[in-house]
Design a protein around this ligand. Structure first.
Ligand SMILES: [Zn+2]
Ligand SMILES: [Zn+2]
Length: 370
C-alpha cells in the first residue's frame, strides 16, 4: 500500500510504500477510494490549533506523535474483516464510508455509540491520533464505524459526509426543536446561515429538507458570488455583510430579512464579529449554533441571553447515529456535493498548499485508482 505521512510540521508529506497493516480484530481494512482534504488536516500539518485566547500544538493537545497519516474523510470498499467481527451485514467489496470519531471503546460514551464524546478518544481518532485515509488502505478499529452506502450515493460525495456533512447535520438538528416551536407558537420561523461556503450550502440543503415548511432561510456572507450560489440553491433571501453600513445599521438590515430577527442561527464563520452580530439578530428563545473555527473571542450582552431565554451551542462533528441518519437523508433527498477538485495521493502536498492559499474551488479530494 501507499500512504502519505506528515513527518515534520509544514514540510512536504512523505509518500511511503508499506505493507498492509494487520486487520484490527474487531474492525476492518478499507480500500480507500476518496479521502477529503479538510482544514483540520492543515492544522495537523502546521501543528497549531487556534484556541481563541492562545494557539496550542495539536499533537501535544491530542497526544499523538509524528509521523502520522492524516485524512479523516474516507470512502471506499471493504478489503478485509478482523477475526472477531462475527456476523455482519457487510461483505468484502461493499461500498462504505468511515465514521472517524472513534473513542476508547470501553467508556460509557463509547458503549452508548457516542464515541465523539469519549474523553480518551485522541489516539483512536482516524486520521488524527491513528493513521488515516490519505493512503490506499486504512485500518478501522471498530466495524460499527464502517457504514454501508446506498448505491445512490457516489463515493466522492460520500467522503464528505463523516466531517463537514455530519457537522452540518448536527447543527441543523440542534436547531430543529427551536424552529419547530417558533413555527407552532408564532406561525412561522426564520433561520440565518452565516457563511455561504461548503458547510453553509450543505446546511441550506439539509435545512430545506428538515425544517418545517415555510421556514425562512436567509444566508449572510461578505462575497456576492457565494450569495448568488446560495440563491441558486433556493435560500429565501441573502444579505451581504460587506459594504458601507455601520454595525447597528447592518444588524437592523439583517433582522429585517428575518422579519424582526431569527429563531435560529448557524454561524459557520464564528469570529468575534459574526458571533456578536448574529447574537444581536436572535429572537427571544432562539438558538445560536456556533460551528466555525476561525478563532478569537466573542462578547454579547449577558442580560439579553437571560431575559431572552436564548441558547448558545457549540457544534463539533456529530454522533454515529447522526452519521447514519445523514446517509439516509442524502440518499432520499439527493443532496448535491459542492464542486470537487481531485488530487493523486502523490500530489497531496500541492493539495494542502492550495487549500492553505484558499485556491481550491469547493472541496479537494485525494482520488485513488480502484
Ligand atoms: Zn474534516
Ligand atoms: Zn470511550
Amino acid at each position: 500500500m501507499k500512504k502519505a505521512e506528515i513527518v515534520e510540521p509544514n514540510k512536504p508529506l512523505r509518500i511511503v510504500e508499506a505493507d498492509l497493516p494487520a486487520t484490527p480484530k474487531k474492525g476492518a481494512i478499507v480500500k480507500v477510494a476518496f479521502s477529503g482534504i479538510c482544514h483540520s488536516d492543515l492544522h495537523q500539518w502546521e501543528d497549531v490549533i487556534d484556541a481563541g485566547i492562545q494557539k496550542v500544538s495539536m499533537s501535544a493537545a491530542l497526544n499523538y506523535k509524528l509521523p502520522i497519516v492524516p485524512g479523516h474523510e474516507i470512502s471506499g470498499t471493504i478489503h478485509s474483516f478482523g477475526e472477531e467481527t462475527g456476523e455482519s451485514e457487510l461483505k468484502v467489496g461493499d461500498r462504505v464510508a468511515v465514521y472517524p470519531w472513534a473513542g476508547c471503546g470501553d467508556c460509557g460514551a463509547c458503549k452508548h455509540d457516542m464515541s465523539e464524546r469519549c474523553r480518551e478518544k485522541s489516539k483512536a481518532l482516524v486520521g488524527v491520533g491513528a493513521d488515516g485515509g490519505h493512503a490506499t488502505y486504512v485500518a478501522v478499529a471498530e466495524l460499527q464505524h464502517v457504514v454501508k452506502l446506498p448505491d445512490s450515493i457516489p463515493l466522492d460525495l460520500a467522503c464528505m459526509l463523516p466531517c463537514s456533512g455530519v457537522t452540518t447535520y448536527n447543527a441543523v438538528t440542534s436547531l430543529l426543536e427551536t424552529v419547530q416551536q417558533a413555527t407552532l407558537y408564532h406561525g412561522k420561523a426564520s433561520v440565518l446561515i452565516v457563511g455561504a461556503g461548503g458547510l453553509g450550502l450543505w446546511s441550506l440543503q439539509i435545512g430545506q429538507a428538515l425544517f418545517p415548511a415555510g421556514t425562512k432561510i436567509v444566508v449572510a456572507d461578505i462575497d456576492e458570488d457565494k450569495l448568488n450560489l446560495a440563491k441558486e440553491k433556493g435560500c429565501h433571501d441573502t444579505i451581504c455583510w460587506s459594504g458601507e453600513l455601520t454595525e447597528p445599521e447592518l444588524i437592523k438590515a439583517t433582522m429585517a430579512k428575518g422579519n424582526g430577527g431569527f429563531d435560529g442561527v448557524m454561524d459557520f464563520v464564528n469570529t468575534k464579529v459574526t458571533a456578536g452580530r448574529a447574537f444581536s439578530c436572535l429572537k427571544p428563545y432562539g438558538m445560536h449554533a456556533m460551528i466555525g473555527l476561525f478563532g478569537g473571542e466573542a462578547s454579547f450582552p449577558l442580560p439579553m441571553l437571560v431575559l431572552g431565554g436564548k441558547q448558545v451551542k457549540g457544534i463539533f462533528v456529530g454522533s454515529l447515529a447522526q452519521f447514519k441518519a445523514l446517509i439516509e437523508l442524502v440518499s432520499k433527498n439527493k443532496l448535491e456535493a459542492p464542486p470537487l477538485t481531485y488530487f493523486n495521493l502523490e500530489d497531496i502536498t500541492e493539495g494542502f498548499n492550495l487549500l492553505k492559499d484558499g485556491k481550491i474551488r469547493g472541496r479537494g479530494l485525494i482520488k485513488n485508482k480502484m
